[in-house]
Design a protein around this ligand. Sequence first.
Ligand code: SAM
Length: 198
Amino acid sequence: MGSIRFSLDPDVLDLDFKGAGIFWALETGTWTGRTTALLASHFRRVWTVEADKEVYGRLPSALSQPSTRYVHGDSASVLPKILVTEREPCFVWLDAHWFPRLAERRISIPPTTPLLKELMALSAWQAVSRSFIAVDDVHLFHHEDDRPNYVPKNWPKWSDIEQVTRTWPQRQIVFEDVLYFVPDALLETFLDYIEHRS
Ligand SMILES: C[S@@+](CC[C@H](N)C(=O)[O-])C[C@H]1O[C@@H](n2cnc3c(N)ncnc32)[C@H](O)[C@@H]1O
């Protein structure tokens, strides 16, 4: 499966997002809220969306910061409603999907991801081209996962993702199992980040 990291690399947040005019963040798939808390320590405002009622109901203290807006629902339908209220570019972490831990805990989330609908919602948003967008767990879209209950045909293909994002001007970079869409303002420093991690 290659290099897999299970969450956002905190070092990515050292890029100069303020300099690129990015002051808020959006996450889909909250789970424990660990990444949400990380985002909340770097951005003025963070939206996070979780579909499962039990997961959502745990309300971890990590999500209690006033800057965090925690929404229950399917990100495919929640995202357009959030984006209509926001005009400025943002840091996006797309991480809503089924994974084996949900089955272990008998949480019934459909065994797939809302990713294509999320990308379509972003495509229709006026600030998409200035945003820094990261899609986690890229191997799932190359249909390379050998964990129990992973059914490749349930997942979008890489070509589907390319089709939906084909007009985005950002540089597309895959690094450590994450697909990044990097706007010009952050490209040089992002390439430095990769060089130092490699
Ligand atoms: C891999 S975990 C997210 C991990 C978390 N973002 C992190 O960085 O630590 C996936 C989460 O997505 C949620 N999820 C799955 N489908 C969803 C959907 N359609 N909308 C919102 N959340 C969803 C699952 O319930 C689960 O909590």
